[in-house]
Design a binder for this molecule. Structure first.
Ligand code: FPP
Length: 250
């Protein structure tokens, strides 16, 4: 049976997050430089955004550049940054056409000014789009995100704007970069690595994790369908028993 037809429209994950891994290995396998993999990875990014929008995913969050990625060779970092700028320029029309709202999470002030400018332009131009919210994690690290949330909350406590007793999960959520996003339902990592790598640690508390051997530049819509079908066949219990989930009135 065709894999797409196995997807149940009523159970499409609301929020999918992706760790796009394997670009370097993909290029190396062909005797090419790592940046060749990143360039081809952009094609997968485009296909996955379009496919997600088409099947009704409301939030797609992509790990494009981690706080640790700054330690890569200078040339690779430079190429990734210019790839980001050129992709944003090139894809703006298609983001508009597909009704995609772009936003970012991460510490953007470390990015080159050119990249910061392009991001704020595309973010502003797409802010009223409503079919799907595409969040690019750039210079992002989940621990750093939690640290800055604690700093902001502590400041409010010190200034008597917040009582310690009021601090709950919702308050913490509201101080994360992702305050406008719901929790992640499905986290996909490509390339066979089975790690979280400091991505959305708080937000994946109850996410289903899906690991595939496919390298990111090879990741096509059929692979996304496959991940969603597997997600739909799992039972999300949120700490409850299987019986409770089957009998929702309990
Ligand atoms: C991981 O592969 C990928 C990255 C660190 C960068 C992801 C970037 C893109 C797909 C392109 C730019 C993105 C946008 C949104 C325009 P890796 O280099 O770690 O691969 P390896 O593990 O095989 O070395």
């Amino acid at each position: 049976m065709n894999i797409k037809s196995q997807i149940q429209a009523s159970k499409v994950p609301t929020h999918i997050a992706v760790i796009m891994d394997g670009n370097g290995r993909w290029a190396k396998k062909q005797g090419k430089a790592r940046v060749f993999g990143h360039k081809n990875g952009v094609k997968s990014v485009r296909e996955i955004i379009e496919t997600s929008a088409e099947i009704g995913v409301r939030y797609l969050t992509l790990y494009a550049f981690s706080t640790e990625n700054w330690n890569r060779p200078k040339l690779e970092v430079k190429t990734l940054m210019s790839l980001l700028v050129s992709s944003l320029k090139k894809e703006l029309a298609s983001l508009q056409k597909n009704n995609v709202k772009l936003q970012t999470i991460g510490n953007l002030k470390h990015l080159p000014v050119k990249a910061q400018k392009e991001i704020s332009e595309v973010t502003a131009k797409t802010k009223n789009n409503s079919k799907i919210t595409l969040t690019l994690a750039l210079s992002y690290g989940a621990r750093e995100e939690i640290v800055q949330a604690i700093q902001k909350i502590s400041k409010k406590v010190v200034n008597n704007a917040l009582n310690i007793k009021e601090i709950d999960e919702k308050i913490i959520n509201n101080h994360l970069y992702t305050f406008t996003l719901p929790d992640v339902d499905l986290l996909i990592r490509t390339s066979g690595e089975k790690r979280i790598s400091n991505f959305l640690l708080w937000q994946i508390a109850y996410a289903e994790l899906y690991f595939t051997e496919v390298l990111w530049p090879d990741f096509r819509k059929e692979h996304l369908y496959q991940a969603i079908v597997e997600y739909q066949n799992r039972e999300r219990r949120f700490g409850k028993t299987s019986e409770q989930i089957k009998n929702k009135n309990e």
